[in-house]
Design a protein around this ligand. Structure first.
Ligand SMILES: *Cc1c(COP(=O)(O)O)cnc(C)c1O
Length: 382
């Protein structure tokens, strides 16, 4: 053994995929059948997700594609505007610009970091077609307010629920209600299918468009693929993409969904433990979530004093603790920045102070303790 390596504590990862033997066996059985593309596993995963959400579901290759296809299916495109919080993963912005529409950055609520619809209202124009609330860290904020606002202004609502798989809002599962709700199953989300995503809606016209668009616009090809066939004679009437989900991915997703109560309980209890250990700290603000109903994708704190977040992050890393920043605001990125952006004061101030602590189902209680000790120790030094 290398000298010195013995005392180095194990590195605590910010996030990771958590897979059991069941996922591995499911992938093996797809490989054994030698039908890797979109087929019966995808159909099965869609059925299981439909049961979970009690509404129709269509699976795609990732969460970004889910958002892009949802926007496109609403007829949104060049010249149209979509309002969304600047404090989100660049995926949400790219989904809007991918179809030629313009993402309009708006500010967030200072407590929950989700879209502030009062701020969004100031940014509406005659070209605004949709609003995209992002369920930051797993919470949805005033979602009823968002829907009332959208109704008043005749906007479609495309929820970016990538962080909120399994969360409840007023006792109902996110995705089980609302206009169009998009999820991601990338490797580190609340459940994973390797990569993957889905769209949930009652609007069957929208869903049909998405089903065609994910298979290069080939009409009604989905039904064929479920039976292990494909269309040889077909029509294409709209722009499509190669965005379908594969059987390998779906096989992982099916097993993860079966394990969801175990995975989500773990995330919730770890987040509650963080809350307990950090409660009352004068320099730390946490998001006031009720972790009996919210399933957190990330655990975010705000370091209230000064701008030494980056130093703290470096110090934690020295202690073997990986942390993250969710997110650098999108309106600052070269591709999305422009001079006429109205100020986003909350986003500008919190984005310099937020820090994401490690959270994934394989994290141990003692890891949470180590993170909080290191954090408190390093905060004292500033
Ligand atoms: C993960 C994520 C996405 C995109 O999902 P992918 O599956 O990675 O394409 C979109 N929005 C947010 C907020 C995300 O965290």
């Amino acid at each position: 053994m290398i000298q010195g390596a013995t005392n180095t504590p194990k590195k605590i990862r910010l996030s990771k995929s958590c897979l059991s033997i069941a996922e591995k066996q499911a992938v093996m059985s797809v490989l054994d059948r030698e039908y890797l593309g979109m087929g019966q596993e995808v159909q099965r995963f869609e059925k299981d997700l439909s049961d979970f959400f009690t509404r129709p579901v269509t699976c795609v290759v990732n969460g970004t594609a889910a958002l892009q296809l949802a926007l496109q299916a609403c007829g949104i495109g060049f010249g149209d505007e979509v309002v969304l919080p600047s404090l989100t993963y660049v995926a949400s912005f790219q989904a809007v610009s991918a179809i030629g529409a313009t993402p309009i950055a708006c500010d967030v609520d200072e407590k929950t970091y989700v879209l502030d619809w009062c701020d969004a209202e100031k940014r509406l124009t005659s070209r605004t077609k949709a609003i995209m609330p992002v369920h930051y860290s797993g919470g949805v904020g005033d979602l009823v307010g968002v829907y009332d606002f959208a109704k008043k202004h005749n906007l479609r609502v495309i929820e970016d629920a990538a962080h909120a798989f399994g969360s409840l809002y007023r006792g109902k599962r996110v995705g089980s209600f609302g206009d169009i709700v998009c999820f991601s199953f990338d490797g580190i989300k609340n459940i994973t299918s390797g990569e993957g995503g889905c769209i949930v809606t009652d609007d069957l016209k929208i869903l049909k468009k998405i089903q065609d668009a994910r298979l290069l616009g080939v009409e009604r090809d989905s039904e064929k693929r479920y039976k292990g066939e494909r269309s040889w004679s077909f029509d294409v009437t709209a722009q499509g993409w190669r965005y379908h989900m594969s059987n390998i991915m779906a096989a992982i997703g099916i097993e993860q969904l079966k394990r969801f109560s175990e995975l989500s309980a773990r995330r919730q209890s770890l987040a509650r433990y963080y809350d307990d250990l950090l409660k009352g700290h004068p320099l730390i603000k946490t998001i006031p979530h009720d972790f009996t109903s919210i399933v957190p994708h990330i655990y975010v704190i705000q370091i209230k004093k000064g701008n030494n977040r980056d130093c703290i992050q470096a110090k934690l890393l020295e202690d073997g603790i990986e942390t993250g920043i969710h997110y650098q605001p999108n309106h600052e990125l070269s591709f999305y920045y422009h001079e006429n952006i109205q100020p986003l004061p909350i986003t500008d101030s919190i984005s310099k102070q937020i820090l994401t602590l490690p959270l994934h189902p394989d994290l141990k209680q003692e890891d949470v303790e180590r993170v909080c000790e290191s954090l408190k120790k390093n905060l004292r030094e500033f």
